[in-house]
Ligand binder design. Structure first.
Ligand code: DAO
Ligand code: DAO
Ligand code: DAO
Length: 207
């Protein structure tokens, strides 16, 4: 299976490869409802993974077939957990995004996941969340066309960039997982995108 670099609902086009060897697995859209009335497209996203790191999943899934892997929950859960270098590229399409909305959305979507995943391994999630939210300066602008890159680097380092400019890095397996979970976890922002990501991840493992 190969992945179209065009997100169909927004028309956003994504590079086939980013960060030296990370190939596109799937694209999708982040929508939100305003007052339960109208739905707006906030950003389109593309998910990428390092070709050689994907092979780390071979040890466990090397003998499984593509059709088995494309729907297997455990397989995608392992991809979320493993030390595989990945990038999520967000291309903003909504023209009036305020930092306040970003903070609120982040606290909700990422915050609930931090809480969920830390249940078994207690850690100070509130502090982690605060640390991030504090990076979003009020003066930061996110006009239509802005590009945010969130990536998992070797050793579970989460890195964030806006229009190529470094925002910061932090080593946290929990935070990396909570962010990636938004895009291909159990309850993803875009279900079609998650299926595409899982299928392409499985097919890359097989080639
Ligand atoms: O401000 O009118 C509004 C509603 C905007 C909702 C924004 C949802 C934010 C999604 C997170 C964006 C992260 C880049
Ligand atoms: O879509 O709900 C969501 C969350 C997306 C995560 C966005 C992280 C944004 C980090 C950079 C913000 C800079 C102002
Ligand atoms: O303590 O060194 C520090 C600063 C932490 C910077 C963390 C930046 C990570 C950006 C994450 C954005 C959220 C998606």
């Amino acid at each position: 299976a190969s992945c179209s670099p065009v997100e169909s609902k927004t028309g956003e086009v994504f590079p086939e490869e980013v960060d030296g060897g990370r190939r596109l697995l799937g694209v999708g859209v982040r929508r939100t409802n305003v007052l339960g009335l109208k739905s707006i497209d906030v950003y389109a996203f593309g998910v990428y993974a390092d070709e050689s790191d994907i092979k780390k999943l071979n040890e466990k899934y090397g003998t499984a077939s593509l059709s088995e892997l494309k729907d297997k929950k455990e397989f995608i859960a392992d991809a979320l957990e493993s030390d595989i270098r990945m990038t999520v590229r967000l291309q903003i399409v909504y023209g009036r995004l305020s930092i306040r909305s970003v903070r609120n959305a982040f606290a909700k979507s990422v915050g609930t996941r931090l809480q969920k995943f830390s249940a078994s391994e207690p850690s100070d999630t509130d502090q982690l969340l605060q640390k991030f939210v504090s990076l979003f300066r009020d003066e930061q602008k996110l006009p239509k066309g802005s590009v945010i890159e969130l990536s998992r680097e070797e050793g579970y380092v989460l890195r964030a960039r806006i229009d190529g400019e470094e925002l910061g890095q932090v080593q946290s397996k929990l935070l990396c997982k909570s962010i990636l979970d938004l895009y291909f976890g159990e309850d993803p922002l875009d279900k079609n995108a998650k299926q595409e990501i899982q299928l392409n991840l499985a097919s890359r493992l097989k080639t």
